[in-house]
Write a protein that binds this ligand. Structure first.
Ligand code: 13P
Length: 282
C-alpha cells in the first residue's frame, strides 16, 4: 500500500466514525515499533516528525528511512510534519519527501494564522500534500490548571467556518480541553463544544495531546467528531521507564535496548490503534 497522503483515509475514518493515530517519532526504534504495530493491526498510520528534527544534521536520512519503510509496508503510511512553525518548515518537509504537513499558527492572531495557513495550503496542494492547521491553542500539560482547565485557548466555534473557508485547509486541530505532555491534574474534554465545531465544517478534526486521556475519553471524542488523534508523550515516557527497568539488569547487552524500545512502541501503538477503531482499516 505504502507511502500516502493521509487525507482520503481520514475522510473514510470520519465517515465511518473511527480515528487514525499520529505517532511522533524520535529514532529508528520508535519508527520500527510504529510500523510493526500498524502492520500487525492492519491500520493506516501517520508517522510524525517534529519541526525541530528538520534542523538536525540527520533530517534527510531520518525522513528517507521512514519513506523507505513506508514504501515497503503493506499498510498506508503518511510521513507528516508535526507543528511546523513557519512556511519555511513546511517547504523543507516537502523537499524531504513528506506526504502531509501540519502548520501551527495557533499562537498568532486569527488573521495572521489565516494568511500563513493559506500560503502553506497553496504550496502543499500544488504537490498533492494535505495540510492540518490549528484554531484555538492546545497548551501544555504542565500548565493545564492555569490554561486548558480554565478553558483558555479553546477553539471559538464561530471562527471555524471562516477559518476553513479562507484557508482551504484539509484537517483542523481543535482545542477542547486536551494539552501536550503530562497533565497537572485530569484532562476534561468539552464534547458539546466539539459537537458544535463538528456541525460547522465537514473536514476531519484532529485532537492533539492524546497522552493522559482515558480510553473512554478517546471513544467519546471520536463519537463526537474526532477523526485523528496525536500521541507522543505516553510512548516516550512508557518506553523510557521500560528501558530504565531493563538497564538495572547486570550486564544487559546493548542490543536489548533497541528490542525493549521497539517492543514498547509496538504495544502502546497497538493499544491506541484498537481504542481508536483504526485496527482492520488498512
Ligand atoms: P502528547 O505528547 O500529549 O501525546 O501530544 C502529542 C501531540 O499532540 C503532538 O502533536
Amino acid at each position: 500500500m505504502s507511502l500516502v497522503s493521509i487525507l482520503p483515509y481520514l475522510k473514510r475514518a470520519q465517515h465511518d466514525h473511527y480515528a487514525l493515530p499520529l505517532f511522533d517519532t524520535a529514532d529508528m526504534y520508535s519508527i520500527d515499533g510504529i510500523f510493526a504495530a500498524a502492520e500487525e493491526k492492519h491500520a493506516p498510520v501517520m508517522v510524525a516528525v517534529y519541526a525541530g528534527v528538520l534542523e538536525q544534521l540527520n533530517a534527510r536520512p531520518f525522513a528517507a528511512y521512514i519513506r523507505t519503510r513506508a514504501e515497503a509496508s503493506p499498510v498506508p503510511v503518511s510521513l507528516i510534519l508535526d507543528h511546523g512553525g513557519s512556511f519555511e518548515h513546511c517547504i523543507k518537509a516537502m523537499a524531504l519527501g513528506f506526504t502531509d504537513v501540519m502548520y501551527d499558527g495557533s499562537s498568532l492572531p486569527f488573521e495572521e494564522n489565516v494568511a500563513n495557513t493559506r500560503a502553506v495550503v497553496r504550496a502543499a496542494h500544488a504537490v498533492g500534500m494535505a495540510v492540518e492547521a490549528e484554531l484555538g491553542h492546545v497548551g501544555s500539560g504542565a500548565e493545564y490548571q492555569e490554561f486548558g482547565a480554565q478553558r483558555k485557548g479553546f477553539t471559538n466555534p464561530d471562527d471555524v467556518e471562516r477559518f476553513v473557508a479562507a484557508t482551504d485547509v484539509d484537517i483542523l486541530a481543535v482545542a477542547i480541553g486536551t494539552a501536550h505532555g503530562l497533565y497537572a491534574g485530569e484532562p476534561h474534554l468539552d464534547l458539546d463544544l466539539l459537537r458544535e465545531i463538528r456541525s460547522r465544517v465537514d473536514i476531519p478534526l484532529s485532537l492533539h495531546g492524546g497522552s493522559g486521556c482515558s480510553d473512554q475519553q478517546f471513544r467519546d471524542a471520536i463519537a463526537a467528531g474526532i477523526s485523528k488523534v496525536n500521541v507522543a508523550t505516553d510512548l516516550f515516557v512508557t518506553t523510557a521507564r521500560r528501558l530504565t527497568e531493563a538497564a538495572r539488569a547486570e550486564d544487559m547487552p546493548y542490543f536489548t535496548f533497541g528490542k525493549v524500545a521497539t517492543t514498547s512502541f509496538i504495544e502502546r501503538c497497538g493499544h491506541y490503534l484498537d481504542v481508536f477503531g483504526a485496527t482492520g482499516n488498512g
